[in-house]
Design a protein around this ligand. Structure first.
Ligand code: HEM
Length: 223
């Protein structure tokens, strides 16, 4: 498990390393004619990919039976946050030069940025509470809080879709993957509900049968 986690860590840092190398022109890499835009786009795309990958862990585990996959989920989620944060910093620090007025104006007036900001703000408490200590401290509330990953992914895809001008093919692919993951989640939840209802019904039927046979076995009351 340690080797798998190390490999995943290295894999998840590679895009960032690529971005840094391209920014500094190392090994012939380049961010192209518009480096700031390229940086914002690259970090945003990796943030979204890792968010979807985090969501894919449970379906993959269920379909493959590889329960160890669950132990990679936290790292994937934290890297998703990391890339979304780099995306936000590239926008706020490099593109807007920390000009608070224009940033606030953008957040209020450009709906796709409003949606993105909502995603980032929702992602923040998940990253902060991702430690084992927090998991223990929050108990059941931890799981409820971390279900926010679904609306966050919806906001992420929505944000992507809205900022595209003409060709919606790329956001459409992300939307389709998200729809599949959400559909899988709803389907398994429904299946679990039905299985639980059947279990309750058969348990109560068995209980009733036992009570009836007890009644039959017991001596008839005297008149
Ligand atoms: C969950 C949070 C977020 C996700 C998953 C996300 C993801 C993305 C993606 C995938 C793109 C498109 C990249 C491309 O076209 O190649 C994008 C673009 C962009 N995002 Fe985000 N983003 C998030 C939050 C934010 C926030 C908080 C801000 C700023 C306040 C922001 C500002 C931008 C900007 C300025 C663009 C480029 C728009 C353009 O080029 O016209 N995003 N984002």
């Amino acid at each position: 498990m340690r080797a798998i986690k190390t490999a995943l860590f290295v894999l998840c840092t590679l895009p960032f390393l690529g971005m840094v190398m391209a920014a500094f022109g190392i090994a012939g890499l380049s961010l192209g004619a518009n480096p700031v835009e390229a940086l914002i786009h690259e970090a945003g795309l990796w943030g979204l990919r890792l968010l979807l990958l985090t969501l894919a862990v449970t379906p993959l585990r269920r379909l493959s039976g590889w329960n160890w996959l669950i132990r990679l989920r936290r790292m994937l989620g934290l890297f998703a946050f990391f890339y979304v944060f780099v995306h936000f910093l590239s926008y706020a620090v490099i593109d807007q030069r920390l000009a608070l007025g224009p940033i606030v104006e953008d957040i209020i007036e450009r709906p796709f940025i409003t949606i993105g900001m909502a995603g980032l703000l929702l992602l923040l408490p998940l990253a902060v509470t991702s430690t084992n200590a927090m998991m223990r401290r929050l108990g059941r509330r931890w799981q409820q809080l971390h279900r926010a990953i679904y609306p966050i992914a919806i906001l992420g895809v929505w944000h992507f879709w809205w900022q595209v001008k003409e060709d919606i093919r790329e956001p459409l692919i992300y939307a389709a993957i998200l729809a599949f993951l959400l559909g899988f989640r709803l389907w398994t939840r429904q299946r679990r509900r039905v299985a639980h209802a059947v279990q309750v019904r058969s348990a109560s039927a068995a209980g009733l049968e036992r009570a009836m046979s007890d009644l039959r076995a017991s001596p008839a009351p005297r008149k």
